[in-house]
Design a protein around this ligand. Structure first.
Ligand code: PAD
Ligand code: ZN
Length: 375
């Protein structure tokens, strides 16, 4: 490859701080060092988690930073020692890596890898950045940084996928779809004939709906404060939808009446501690399971009566739907290509990459489910 070993100048959406629009800038992307991969991004989705940093709800990230963690691209070049990837491969960057060596990676029941960047260090393994803008180093975001024409990721944070996979769809497997779908099929392990409640009908919640339907749930109740989300939820498998604003009683009481004392599985896909408690209370007292999927603002805490658990409820949570990223993303891609599920319904908007701020506006105003940025 022509640029291999050289710095690439390209466009990126740089976040200089919270509460500011992203700025499309020319950046320099250094070549990948040992065990790193430089990727040309082809398509990227905008997830609410990206917005949590811009809105200030999550405040741990360091600026300037290149956000974005839901993308797909083509390997441009690889650093020394990378054996499982080569230039031209189609890949999905992974915000939860898989080193295959740590205690979590070795445990079949965990998908968290010790080498994840949950502390938002924003640098490569050697403690430096591969991005420079206006002479300043720019931090990366959860090992991925997809809002740029080129990114550099650690080899443990990239999954090789089928070269024929539809890029504009499979980018959603980098976060939103896999997170929601896995929360239903892998974390809750929804059983056929059961009743589910999904709180929050954004890209993640609707992916939970798809997972519940695939698992054979007979009732899937969508819950959202924005009733304009209901038509899409029903199209994707929700059997009924409820807006808490239409009721005087708390939503858990409404759901209890609708479901003979509570649902079998409830999913919190909003990121609100209040909704987390409602979701827990909405599942059946003796045999219900509540899965926490949403990310709540920094330093918030959940408080609930422990009796809610003593009677027999289970509460669980997971990132990335519990999928072991490097192993399972390629399989999720194959399943999509085999029509085992579809992500078409999640894509409401497509925009050229440099219209990214418009994409964030559509998300904040509750208009979009997922906007796909095309590079
Ligand atoms: P989104 O903003 O597209 O969807 C959230 C939905 O919740 C919207 O439709 C809102 O109208 C609705 N909502 C807001 N408040 C309430 C309420 N009180 N009751 C019911 N509904 C409400 O976001 P998203 O789908 O992209 O992400 C959802 C959450 O999941 C968010 O917190 C995000 O950070 C988190 C997330 N977690 C993971 C993970 O790995 N666990 C991955 C990706 C996203
Ligand atoms: Zn995400």
């Amino acid at each position: 490859m022509e640029a291999a070993g050289k710095v690439i100048k390209c466009k990126a959406a740089v976040a200089w701080g919270p509460h500011k629009p992203l700025s499309i800038e020319e950046i320099e992307v250094a070549p990948p060092k040992a065990h790193e991969v430089r990727i040309k991004i082809v398509a990227a989705g905008i997830c609410r988690s990206d917005d949590h940093f811009l809105s200030g709800a999550l405040n741990e990230v360091k600026y300037p930073v290149i956000l974005g963690h839901e993308g797909v691209g083509i390997v441009e070049s690889v650093g020394e020692g990378v054996t499982d990837l080569k230039p031209g491969d189609k890949v999905i960057p992974l915000f939860i890596p898989q080193c295959r060596e740590c205690r979590c990676c070795k445990n079949p029941n965990s998908n968290l890898c010790y080498k994840n960047d949950g502390k938002y260090i924003g640098l490569m393994a050697d403690g430096t950045s591969r991005f420079t803008c206006r002479g300043k180093p720019v931090y990366n975001f959860v090992m991925t940084s997809t809002f740029t024409e080129y990114t550099v990721v650690d080899e443990i944070a990239v999954a090789k996928i089928d070269d024929n996979a539809p890029s504009d769809q499979v980018c959603l497997l980098g976060c939103g779809f896999s997170t929601g779908y896995g929360s239903a099929v892998k974390i809750a392990q929804v059983k056929p004939g059961t009743t589910c409640a999904v709180f929050g009908l954004g890209g993640v919640g609707l992916s939970v709906v798809i997972g519940c339907k695939t698992a054979g749930a007979s009732r899937i109740i969508g819950v959202d404060l924005n009733s304009s989300k209901f038509a899409k939820a029903k199209e994707l498998g929700a059997t009924e939808c409820v807006n808490p604003k239409d009721h005087n009683e708390p939503i858990e009481e409404v759901l209890a009446k609708m479901t003979n004392d509570g649902v079998d599985y409830s999913f919190e896909c909003v990121g609100s501690t209040g909704v987390m408690v409602s979701a827990l209370m909405s599942c059946h007292f003796g045999c219900g399971t509540c899965v926490i999927v949403g990310v709540s603002p920094s330093s918030t805490k959940v408080s609930f009566d422990p009796l809610l658990l003593l009677t027999g409820r289970t509460i669980k949570g997971a990132v990335f739907g519990g999928f072991k990223s490097k192993d399972e993303v390629p399989k999720l891609v194959s399943d999509l290509m085999a029509n085992k599920y579809s992500v078409d319904g999640l894509i409401t908007h497509r925009l050229p990459f440099d219209k990214i701020n418009e994409g964030f506006r559509l998300l904040r105003e509750g208009i979009s489910i997922r906007t796909i940025l095309e590079f």
